[in-house]
Write a protein that binds this ligand. Structure first.
Ligand code: ZN
Length: 665
């Protein structure tokens, strides 16, 4: 089932795909047979989304961004395109009577009605076949099969694949095992945290009208500071990004053997796009290969044999172009090919950086901005850092931070609760951590996840691969990283989860850590991602061997994480009835998958900052099909707007939790 085909807006490209054109990418739902296969996908560096859904038959569905060749590489790992509804779990596997423990049985009410979610474990482990029977008001009842949850070989219990509609409020559940075990439990309410105050006359909200590229976000931050100078300041983060820019390139000849990839030394925007390369037939016998640099033109005169036929190979021409005195370009053979093929003459070919943004989108290194909000911005108040769009294509996430900032500032004069918040908290908001990638997502390739910096060697740097370059900013941090032996990041520069050449190699990640180091009063952080509807905290990574996670928080800290989460999830639900599922609330390694080198882990383990992660964009219940449906990275704006509204409320609730924390101490 193909959900979305990403369309690259590249007017400079020919209509028919050629060897210099990237493969199309699609957002699809994949099925893998089990958790081990999902882990193989994570290990392969596949570009997975956060939407992971176990199925009743034990298989797992995960949304991913794939190209046709990328999908072909995932098939041997067990992935197929999901279709239809999977078969129910097999019944009655026999064996001796097992012991059942109910971990959690909760109901919640969303805008679509009552839902039930149960987690339990069996002493028989993953092989147990567990069935939940529930009873509710007026004798209502229903039955659901549970799904075993096995991660990196460890049995973590049984759960529902997704919350199931119950029609009425369920009161009691009975869990029976095919092996004979039985357990009963009352059904509690979820999230059942502190309710937000709905009685706030004149409280203003809804300040976003469209998805915003980075230039608009920066302009909005500056505008907010201009309008509220007493309540805000702008912090210019010290590490400039590399910029929305690329070297200009041309692929000349016929790949693989008889082609060269020419790349400008200057960025396209700094003269590279003005360059052109020509391969000419000298029209005479026994000539030697010669390269003349003539201003912005590189003219290659091919060698000929005794009959006057060109004989220069791709390897010879590449070396001659690169070595020509004063050459403004370098050249390489195609990918890993040795380039033994003879090059045909080629007319003057213009180089291009293939960037499609209008000329008024800056190509310069980018200054990332933080907006600091509060009446006491002197380090005496508990600091809360909210940072969004580490991943470029997650267009809703900056809107969450902008909407929250506007609500805090505009309601300060009229809402006592907001006034109290700004007096007690010191808020740092970074709407876009990864502006270069965001520009690329807006103007060139909307599935872009990573930043724009290409660390690939020449063999992986021909222009058709340009949509695969960049570093996954949220795998570039220094705690529990790939370089420390943790799982869930890739060393391949083309992978969706490429960790970069080293920890903190990228200015985007250094900026986030700089904030934590410079403002030690920051004790809470919220990393805003999309999509799938999660609320998570550390640990976020484990070593594969033995599933050894980063140290788990103490029981007290975990209880605090969960209690706070319940309050924050109430605030989200109050906006339009979206309830973040209980099985998607918890430590990253428990509810999603291992993500080596993510930012929340570094904030928590190195800086003592409570590091939370939102995945905004919860599944929407489709009553017609009776199924939960994913919302994607860039839903129609009406949906993106609604997500920003609800998670802005969640962010403000988190700031309230942070302000209370100061008093708890
Ligand atoms: Zn993300």
């Amino acid at each position: 089932m193909v959900l979305t085909t990403f369309v690259a807006a590249e007017p400079s490209l020919p209509a028919v795909a050629g060897p210099a054109d990237p493969e199309p990418a699609s957002l699809v739902t994949l099925t893998v047979p089990d958790r081990a296969a999902l882990e193989r996908l994570v290990g392969s560096g596949a570009d997975l989304t956060g939407r992971v859904r176990p199925q009743p038959d034990g298989s797992i569905r995960v949304d991913a961004v794939v190209t046709p060749s990328g999908l072909a590489e995932l098939r041997p790992l067990g992935a197929t395109l999901a279709t239809g509804t999977p078969a129910p779990a097999p019944e009655d596997r026999g064996g001796t009577k097992d012991r059942i423990v109910v971990e959690r049985a909760v109901w919640f009410q969303s805008r679509d009605g009552y839902f039930l979610s149960v987690e339990a474990s069996s002493s028989a482990g993953a092989d147990a076949a567990l069935t939940v029977t529930w009873k509710g008001k007026g004798g209502a009842t229903g039955q659901v099969e549970m799904v075993p949850y096995v991660d990196a070989g460890a049995y973590l219990g049984h759960q529902f694949s997704v919350p199931v509609p119950a029609g009425v409020r369920p009161d009691r559940v009975t869990i029976t095992s095919a092996a004979g075990g039985v357990a009963e439990a009352r059904v509690g309410e979820w999230p059942d945290g502190e309710r937000p105050d709905r009685d706030r006359p004149g409280y203003q909200k809804d300040f976003i009208t469209q998805y915003m590229p980075p230039a608009q976000l920066n302009a909005r931050v500056k505008d907010l500071h201009r309008r509220f100078p007493a309540l805000t300041e702008i912090i210019e983060l010290p590490h400039l990004t590399n910029g929305y820019r690329r070297h200009a390139q041309a692929l000349i000849g016929t790949p693989p053997g008889a082609a060269v990839v020419v790349t400008s030394r200057a960025y396209g925007s700094e003269g590279g796009n003005d360059l052109a390369v020509e391969l000419s037939d000298p029209g005479a016998a026994d000539r030697t290969l010669a390269v003349v640099v003539d201003g912005k033109q590189v003219r290659v005169s091919l060698a000929t044999d005794g009959s006057g036929a060109p004989v220069s190979t791709a390897a010879e021409v590449a070396a001659a172009i690169t070595g020509a005195p004063g050459s403004p370009v370098t050249a390489a053979t195609y990918r890993t090919d040795p380039g033994a093929g003879v090059l045909a003459p080629a007319p003057l070919t213009q180089l291009s950086d293939f960037l499609g943004a209008p000329a008024d989108v800056s190509r310069e290194p980018w200054r990332v901005l933080a907006l600091r909000i509060g009446t006491h911005r002197d380090g005496s108040r508990t600091g809360v850092l909210a940072y969004a769009q580490e991943h470029a294509r997650e267009w809703v996430t900056p809107l969450v931070t902008i909407e929250a900032a506007e609500r805090l500032l505009r309601n300060y004069p009229r809402d006592p609760a907001t006034r109290k918040l700004l007096r007690r908290a010191d808020i740092f908001i970074v709407p876009t951590v990864n502006p270069d990638g965001a520009n690329y997502s807006f103007y060139d390739f909307n599935a872009q996840r990573k930043n724009m910096t290409n660390h690939c060697p020449a063999a992986q740097s021909d222009p058709a691969l340009r949509n695969t370059w960049g570093v996954d900013v949220n795998r570039n941090y220094a705690v529990g990283s790939l370089f420390d032996g943790y799982f869930g990041a890739s060393a391949n520069c083309q992978s969706g989860t490429y960790a970069g050449p080293g920890e903190h190699s990228e200015p985007e990640s250094r900026n986030v850590i700089w904030l934590a180091e410079t403002y030690p009063n920051i004790r809470f952080a919220l990393n805003v991602h999309s999509y799938g509807g999660y609320f998570m905290w550390p640990p976020g990574a484990y070593r594969l061997d033995g599933r050894v996670t980063l140290p788990r928080p103490s029981r007290q800290q975990e209880a605090y994480f969960l209690r706070s989460a319940r309050t924050i999830l109430e605030a989200i639900a109050a906006e339009r009835g979206t309830v973040t599922w209980p099985q998607q609330t918890g430590p990253v390694t428990d509810v999603l998958y291992s993500a080596a080198g993510n930012s929340a882990d570094e904030l928590w383990y190195d800086h003592g900052v409570y590091g939370w992660d939102f995945e905004v964009g919860s599944d929407l219940w489709n009553p017609r099909t009776g199924a939960w449906e994913g919302v994607g990275f860039q839903p129609p704006f009406a949906e993106g707007h609604a997500e920003a509204m609800e998670f802005a409320a969640g962010l403000i609730s988190l700031i309230g939790v942070a302000a209370d924390y100061r008093e708890d101490r």
